[in-house]
Design a protein around this ligand. Sequence first.
Ligand code: SAH
Length: 450
Amino acid sequence: MEKNQIIELEITDLSYEAMGVAHYEGMTVFVNNALPGETVEAKILKVKKSFAFAKIEQIIKESPDRVNIKLNQWVQTGLASLAHVKYDKQLEFKRNQVVNLLQKAHLDDVKVGETLPSPEQTGYRNKAQVPVREVKGQLEIGFFRKHSHDLVPLTNFFTTDPEIDRVLVAVRDILRQYHVPAYDEIHNQGEIRYLDIRRSKATGEIMVILVCLHKDFPQLPKVAEAIKQIDGVTSLVLNYNPKKTNVILGKVDYLIFGKPQITDQIGDVKFKISPESFFQINSLQTPRLYDLAIKKADLQPDDIVIDAYSGIGTIGLSVAKHVKSVRGIESVSDAVKDANNNAKLNGINNAKYVAGKAEEVMSRWAAKGMKADVIFVDPPRKGLTSEFIEAAVKTGPKKIVYISCNPATMIRDLQEFMNEGYTFSQIDPVDMFPQTPHVEAVTVLERTRK
Ligand code: SAH
């Protein structure tokens, strides 16, 4: 097999990254955009030892699960790489990811629920982080083509709140008007690296963050004045990121005008969110995810609850009024401040959040003999560490509710809890990210030993 070769392939599977999978002369071929059940004429793009990447030249036999969307760019970029699949099949794809991982781990008897569909399937994101680059001599916003840093210019981001798209385009036009240079990542020059915009559906507040190479640039006063005039914008922040890096945000924020946080709401709890703080991006699906997690926790009025990887305290503060106390851990210090302020904002006085690495703080608490009844964990993609798991078990919880954005690391961690005397019988996928292959899932571990 060689580059540029054109071959006919039968697609038999969908990879976890939503690439069509085919087998050809002992090689596995990943075909961008192709779906199981399809026969395609494909062009080989890259050949490795046992696998290759290809793109579709022509679909010979089309899957009935395919949606023929007009803007193929969404699928070509990492923005919405499942957008060519009918929604009910997307839900099935996500459930299958969990089923397959359980099978690999020899945990076939664990039940997997149907994926909980998202109330909105497009326009659901309350936040956009959009790269800014120069394309053909003009500043553009858009998204990177999959596995590359080629910017595909876009004005409709499909999964983002259309009100955010409106502001993105307005800011782009202001940057063009005042000739502010886009970031040039090859030479680490220019100015605007990303636009990061958050909007609350509950309050309508909008925060615009310009991610910049410098702390200041000559056109900033005029640009700020113009952004202030965009309908709905309540804050402008300059995030300073001088490094040659793929990490989007730098470490320092300067408030240029407006409120330092934006206010949002989940259920009847209000939250103020700082620029660096994590906040769930699917506003309508988040309360449904939390409701499911809270139901699994079966909380009692006397319970001592730990909210680990707490972000701004959204889970702990949602349950605080129904339990004895909540202790939270989060590594981003601004998010911890937000969490403690959010407790006050909602008249909650039995919840306290501390800054630190969950594994370290939990070990400290366990060593001091602290006891917990229920622990919520909601770690980033890499999951938990053995140090965290051991310490968590030492606090003696009867239940551990695990919310995960990466079922692979979740199932790895669940097995470690099983070795420590915990058991689980069901995992429920929740669709937080329609049109993308990302899978969110929830389960509860119960203590089997006294
Ligand atoms: N439970 C929250 C946040 C989940 S996202 C919510 O539902 O909104 C995961 C959070 O874990 C992020 O806020 C991230 O900053 C934090 N985090 C990442 N690594 C961590 C670590 N080692 N210790 C504590 N928190 C961590």
